[in-house]
Design a protein around this ligand. Sequence first.
Ligand code: FMN
Length: 215
Amino acid sequence: MPKWRCLVCGYIHEGENPPEVCPLCGVGAEEFEKMEEEDNSQPKETVVAGKIEAAPSMDKESALKHSLFAISYGLFIVTAHADGVDNGQCANTCFQITSEPPQIAIGINKNNYTHQLITKSGKFGVSVLNQQGHDYARRFGYSSGRDVNKFEGLDNVHRGELGILLLDDCLTTMEAEVVGTLDAGTHTLFLGEVKNGEVLQKGEPMTYAYFRATR
Ligand SMILES: Cc1cc2nc3c(=O)[nH]c(=O)nc-3n(C[C@H](O)[C@H](O)[C@H](O)COP(=O)(O)O)c2cc1C
């Protein structure tokens, strides 16, 4: 069966055709590239879990797209609360912008329910996953809060000072108020000023590459 790789998030789909929409990052079929059949006589020319395994010769357009795989990320549960509703999603795009004032940015697909709640409330929470956080990434990353209540049956959460649900079982949490947005086409970049931070555990953060290598 042919395999297709999402050039934005690395998701791999098996089928005769690419999916209409990437279930991970939400981009369309045009962002999927057909993967070559496995040929063990040649060195691998792909990027696996963020690691460049060989420097392949590629055309300019492929090189541009593949060069993005070498960017490293963490893995986070971004949460939001508006009009009495709680929701959250998995995100790898969360990064610190400034330390004074403490500001972070997140990249959120406009179709996501979390996007709707952040836009409405003007705030969001971030729980920084530990290296055992795979189940949280799956729970929050593979379904929409429009269809399921992702917090149902999840006891180990607490509400932060801004009223947003945060995970108990993670390294750190933050709550931020949105101070700026950038329209990035399919996504919005929310710039948030961090109002509260908690340190809950010792340990190493989950990286996106580690999640993909061990999921
Ligand atoms: C590992 C992983 C990383 C993801 N990173 C992002 C991201 O950075 N931004 C984004 O908008 N969606 C990202 N997603 C997809 C959302 O988590 C997913 O579309 C989710 O179902 C949206 O839920 P919602 O509609 O309840 O907000 C990621 C998913 C996974 C599994």
